[in-house]
Design a protein around this ligand. Structure first.
Ligand SMILES: Nc1ncnc2c1ncn2[C@@H]1O[C@H](COP(=O)(O)OP(=O)(O)O)[C@@H](O)[C@H]1O
Ligand SMILES: [Mg+2]
Length: 423
């Protein structure tokens, strides 16, 4: 919705009947309700003014399926739901306090968490602007490729920030990302408490906490494991919608198609949009994989893929690492070669008997003992090995795992060898 309007005091538009009226004071007059914004089933959002007449947004815990309001006070419709309601109010407060600790330019700031009217509230920074859904629907060409890329990078920074603190958003979608006056995206409406509420409340468990097109398939399965990549799926779906004009197909339908051996109805972005590079589109496609294991796993990983300077830096680091490894291998091979060459060609001696089958002494006597290296190819032609680019790693592994140096120096006393062979 476009909230870039002056406060008019009108609360009639879109009201649902149980919201606080314009002018209602909260927290002993510290805030005054200006107008109703939305009811999301679990809570009601208002525009309000604080005591310094600054605009704020107030979210009220109001699970409408079990509550009603009498003289502003929120009450359960049936006493049987009292305990559930208390648990939900607690969860709302807990989440609000957790969010209040977050400080990120692309995450809405929480000013205050308080109780009033027998329920919980949080006061949020007012973001003057509009949400992404509004932009997609009303002015789909407003944002160019460069702006969309920049918005995604900022969102990834925000999502990485919450994930690093053990928080999942759980409801990323175009209507929960606001664009401020300067075009900066701000993430709002964390859904984890809502999800938790459906677990503690039988009444709310029937309520949908998924958003078709944006929620990954695991959100449709009660009790399923939700990971960081679940948020990444929803973020990718949001950007898929912005870029292609449509949200991706409902993930549940995708899952059942795949389960039935039918083609996934998802149409990848890669190869379709000329204004975006393949890394950018490929990363969105990857994050929109049906199965979590096939997605990128963290926001940082996603940033590494699409941010060109980061990608270049990582490639350089990798090349440097490879070069260092190459040099180590080269030095080790050279050293090994020197040792092999320096080792005097042994006189004609009796060869040690390979165990377990003893060879009769007369067969051994005339054998010339060659330098014993586990890499005959190295002894014969070291440059061949060095010039095998693909062989370096496994060769290196063999080299360092090998008892080559010790074994080449160990010579058993002749008597021992003969004695053993004679047995
Ligand atoms: N901090 C904010 N600044 C400006 N507008 C907001 C803010 N928070 C919410 N809104 C507006 O109110 C709408 C509903 O709020 P939201 O937190 O998404 O709750 P819900 O979706 O559960 O109703 C948003 O889509 C947005 O348009
Ligand atoms: Mg919302």
């Amino acid at each position: 919705m476009n909230n870039n309007v002056e406060k008019t005091g009108s609360d009639a538009e879109g009201s649902f009947g149980d919201e606080l009226a314009t002018g209602t004071p909260l927290l002993r007059g510290q805030y005054t309700i200006d107008r109703f914004l939305n009811s999301g089933g679990f809570g009601i959002t208002y525009l309000a003014s604080d005591s310094l007449d600054r605009t704020v947004v107030i979210k009220e815990c109001f699970p409408s399926s079990m509550c009603c309001r009498t003289n502003n006070t929120v009450r359960v419709r049936s006493r049987t739901h009292k305990k559930e309601f208390e648990a939900i109010v607690n969860l709302f407060g807990q989440e609000a306090r957790a969010l209040a600790k977050l400080q990120h330019p692309n995450i809405v700031g929480v000013h205050q968490v308080f109780e009033d009217n027998e329920t919980s509230y949080m006061a949020l920074d007012f973001v003057r602007g509009r949400d992404l859904l509004d932009v997609i629907e009303e002015e789909p060409h407003l944002l160019g490729a460069e702006q969309i890329k920049s918005i995604l990078m900022k969102m990834l920074s925000a999502v990485g920030y919450i994930h690093d603190r053990g928080i999942l958003h759980r409801d990323i979608s175009p209507d929960n990302i606001l664009l401020d006056e300067w075009g900066n995206p701000v993430l709002i409406d964390f859904g984890a408490a809502r999800e938790e509420a459906t677990r503690v409340s039988r009444v709310l468990s029937a309520q949908n906490t998924v958003k078709d097109g944006y929620s990954p398939q695991e959100f449709y399965i009660a009790g399923s494991k939700q990971t960081l990549s679940s948020d990444l799926y929803a973020l990718a779906a949001t950007f898929y919608h912005m870029i292609s004009g449509d949200p991706p197909p409902v993930s549940q339908l995708r899952l059942s198609a795949v389960a039935e051996g039918k083609p996934d109805p998802y149409v990848p972005l890669l190869g379709r949009m000329k204004e975006y590079d393949r890394f950018f589109l490929g990363a969105i496609d990857k994050c929109l994989s049906v199965f979590p294991a096939d997605r990128l796993q963290t926001a940082h990983e996603w940033l590494d893929e699409i941010d060109e300077p980061r990608r270049r830096k990582l490639a350089l680091q990798k090349a440097q690492k490879d070069e260092a490894m190459e040099q180590t291998i080269f030095a080790l091979v050279e050293q090994t070669n020197k040792e092999v060459v320096a080792e005097p060609e042994p006189e004609t001696v009796q060869k040690a008997v390979p165990s377990p089958a003893p060879i009769p002494a007369h067969e051994i006597a005339s054998e010339t003992l060659k330098p014993r290296t586990p890499f005959p190819e190295l002894r014969d032609n070291p440059t061949v090995i060095l010039s095998k680019p693909d062989g370096n790693k496994s060769f290196f592994e063999r080299l360092i795992a090998s008892p080559f140096r010790r074994r080449s120096r160990r010579t058993k006393p002749q008597s021992d060898i003969v004695g053993k062979a004679d047995q």
